[in-house]
Design a protein around this ligand. Structure first.
Ligand SMILES: Cc1ncc(COP(=O)(O)O)c(C=O)c1O
Length: 417
């Protein structure tokens, strides 16, 4: 039976966690702070739980240089449940509500004119650059109707029906009027397709899904209205979702629409547990928060801070390591003709490296995976919707794991020909 030391895991999520964090976790599960009570047993409203929450929030603030102020320039850090998919819906509920309240005010309370605007002008802009942004845009269409969803770009139209590119800026069809734009949505890193934005696009009320590249590089937080991501790849255990939300779209700096008005307009009203103003007002403790998951995230973030005590921003050390590992792996893939990196070079993800072996030959890919597993290199199978090989190069994948995989890929290429 293999032990943890015998394997390296490259799964796409849930993903590896640092072993020291898991070792400590096994202790606190039995007794937190020598109290004799386990961490999953303590109240989410206890002082211990509050300290865990504050530590995770302040660590994230330092790592990504997230402005802290009560003014409109500040950002709230929210912990929610419902995963990245829950936020696909939350983004629509919250931002539509905020847009409606803002337009009602601008129209001097004229509900008839507002109804006209909702039907004829209101637009939610989506960049569809892979499977996850596609899903998010489909959720928006389900909630507010396809007429209100503007697909700024669909990468498949520029790449023979497949994801793998981000089309040039000139081809993007963003909603021209900022006033009509409820949100501009993009997925920073497409986990299934291995496509990563090299820098954030611009747009009104910018929303980013960073589920699979959170904390792997510096982020221009100030450019965004919202950044969200599930914890289970780079940050922690499955169970919490983090949302970094600008004060400028939260009360008291912004109003939300009265649910009665939303009902009249035929617009959706989200569940209260996805309502950012409610979660922000209650410091993420509106309902029972899985504090163990927050603790894990805090431990992972604490290690990143320790790793780069003088970097600016503090995530810079991890960013350099992520880049080095990815560059090493791509170099080997580019050097051997038996490998073919699926996405275009200009949009290659540093986190999810999608590869075909021998042009997608099923036997060769099976042999590759089998050989890797024999060396303790696990979790390399591509997503079931696209097949092939996917190397997930998250933060907790050690340099030694990437080096061992690199060596295997060279050996495999030499043996296969
Ligand atoms: C980029 C991205 N967004 C959203 C999701 C959905 O997350 P969840 O499964 O937590 O709903 C995933 C899941 O892998 C993802 O990779």
């Amino acid at each position: 039976m293999p032990s943890r030391n015998d394997v390296y895991y490259f799964g796409a999520g849930p993903a590896p966690l640092p072993t020291p964090v898991l070792e400590q976790a096994s202790k606190v599960l039995l007794s937190y702070n020598d109290s004799g009570i386990g961490i999953t047993e303590i109240s989410h409203r206890s002082s211990d739980a509050n300290a865990i929450l504050a530590h995770a929030q302040s660590s994230l603030r330092q790592l990504l240089d997230i402005p802290e102020s009560d003014g409109p320039d500040g950002y709230q850090i929210l912990f929610l449940q419902g995963g990245g998919s829950g936020e696909f819906s939350a983004v629509v509920y919250n931002m539509v509500s905020m847009w409606v309240a803002k337009r009602l005010k601008a129209l001097g309370g004229d509900e008839a004119k507002l109804k006209e605007e909702v039907e004829q002008k209101m637009k939610l802009d989506y960049f569809v650059t892979g499977s996850w942004s596609l899903k998010a845009s489909q959720e928006a269409s389900r909630l507010v109707g396809g007429e209100s969803v503007n697909i700024v770009t669909d990468s498949r139209k520029h790449n023979d029906g497949k994801f793998g590119v981000i089309a040039p800026t000139e081809s993007w069809t963003q909603t021209q009027s900022e006033q009509d734009t409820v949100l501009t949505y993009y997925c920073d890193n497409e986990t299934v397709d291995g496509v990563e934005f090299q820098s954030a696009p611009s747009g009104a009320n910018l929303v980013a899904d960073m589920s699979s590249n959170f904390l792997s590089r510096a982020v221009d937080v100030r450019k965004h209205a919202v950044i969200f991501g599930g914890a289970q790849k780079n940050i922690g255990t499955t169970g919490i979702t983090i949302a970094i939300v600008s004060n400028s779209i939260l009360p008291p700096h912004a109003e939300m629409a009265d649910p009665k008005l939303l009902r009249k307009l035929g617009l959706p009203i989200g569940p209260v547990v996805l309502d950012w103003p409610t979660i922000a007002k209650n410091n993420s403790l509106y309902n029972t928060l899985p504090i163990f998951d927050v603790w894990i995230a805090g431990q992972v973030m604490g290690r990143l801070l320790d790793q780069s005590p003088s970097a600016n921003p503090r995530i810079a050390g991890q960013e350099a390591e992520s880049n080095r590992k990815a560059q090493m792996l791509y170099k080997i893939l580019d050097e051997s003709p038996i490998y073919h990196v699926v996405p275009d070079k200009s949009v290659r993800s540093r986190m999810n490296i999608c590869v075909r072996v021998k042009g997608g030959d099923a036997d060769a890919e099976k042999t590759f995976i089998k050989g890797a597993e024999a060396r303790g290199l696990m979790g390399l199978k591509g997503h079931r919707s696209v097949g092939g090989i996917r190397i997930s190069n998250y933060n907790a994948v050690p340099v030694a794991a990437a080096e061992k995989l690199a060596k295997y890929m060279v050996d495999f290429a030499n043996e296969t020909k």
